[in-house]
Design a protein around this ligand. Structure first.
Ligand SMILES: *C/C=C(C)/C=C/C=C(C)/C=C/C1=C(C)CCCC1(C)C
Length: 257
């Protein structure tokens, strides 16, 4: 499957640079206001996603077969996010409104991919069952559907928040106390510490999102600046740092041969 790895890389990296061209053109035309900190954060994070993608795809080639897919998935997460970030940035710069649809389409693709990472890290040590993946996916869908309906005003923003929280708490319960959490017993130290760090990201890194929602929608009026700045920061932590944890575990385990 990875024989054409170099070819894949040669396609994906220029492709991610190409999608950034419209944004570069806009910035060159001076449309990014130096006082627009939210717009600048969109810019910085979109470029970071491109850089992280190149890094993960290049590094994947150094891993043993068992670990390569995990690092490729880290690169897919940042690639999908990079593309959405260029669109989101343009929506923000052009209209000053939240790019809610692009944001949720991105999450709908990238969050399940992050759940796949959990599945893979368990699978690499022979502990995963498909049930683990389905449970994490169900939690993800409840979380995102609740949040989306609340953000677009289809349901009351507090109700959307509560539904979203239920989905997130289910994921937390599952990875800390459920099958996925208790299955790690005899995994190697490198895998165990990576798994624990990934769990902490889902607990602490992911907590930034409901905070953004709270400050964005539930303080009496809608604050698009706070909402987008916080979501952007959260994506940086939860996509790039999370990917680096997977990369670190894969590197150390691959070095063992
Ligand atoms: C790469 C994108 C990631 C990891 C996105 C994660 C999103 C969340 C953890 C969102 C959580 C929410 C709640 C827990 C309640 C309020 C609504 C959400 C959707 C913002």
């Amino acid at each position: 499957m990875f024989k054409n790895y170099k070819k894949l890389l040669a396609t994906l990296v220029p492709a991610s640079v190409l999608v950034s061209v419209p944004s570069i053109a806009m910035a060159a035309a001076g449309s990014l206001d130096p006082k627009d900190y939210v717009g600048i954060s969109f810019w910085i994070i979109s470029i970071s996603m491109v850089a992280a993608t190149a890094f993960f795809f290049l590094e994947a080639g150094k891993m043993t077969a068992k670990w390569r897919t995990s690092v490729v998935v880290s690169g897919l997460v940042t690639l999908v996010a990079a593309v959405h970030y260029f669109y989101m940035r343009d929506v923000w710069v052009a209209t000053g409104t939240s790019p809610t649809v692009f944001r949720y389409v991105d999450w709908l693709i990238t969050v399940p991919l992050l759940m796949v990472e959990f599945y893979f890290i368990l699978a690499a040590v022979g502990l995963a069952t498909i049930k683990v993946f389905w449970n994490l996916l169900i939690g993800t869908l409840v979380m995102l559907v609740g949040g989306y309906l609340g953000e677009v005003g289809a349901i009351d923003s507090t109700v959307g928040f509560v539904i979203g929280m239920i989905g997130w708490l289910y994921i937390l319960y599952y990875i800390f106390a459920g099958d996925a959490g208790t299955a790690m017993g005899n995994a190697s130290e490198g895998v165990q510490s990576a798994f624990k760090a990934m769990r902490l990201i889902v607990l602490i890194g992911w907590a930034i999102y409901p905070l953004g929602y709270l400050l964005g929608y539930m303080m009496g009026s809608v604050d698009a600046n706070a909402l987008n700045l916080i979501y952007n920061l959260a994506d940086f932590v939860n996509k790039i740092a999370f990917g680096l944890l997977v990369w670190a575990a894969a590197s150390s385990e691959s070095a063992k041969g």
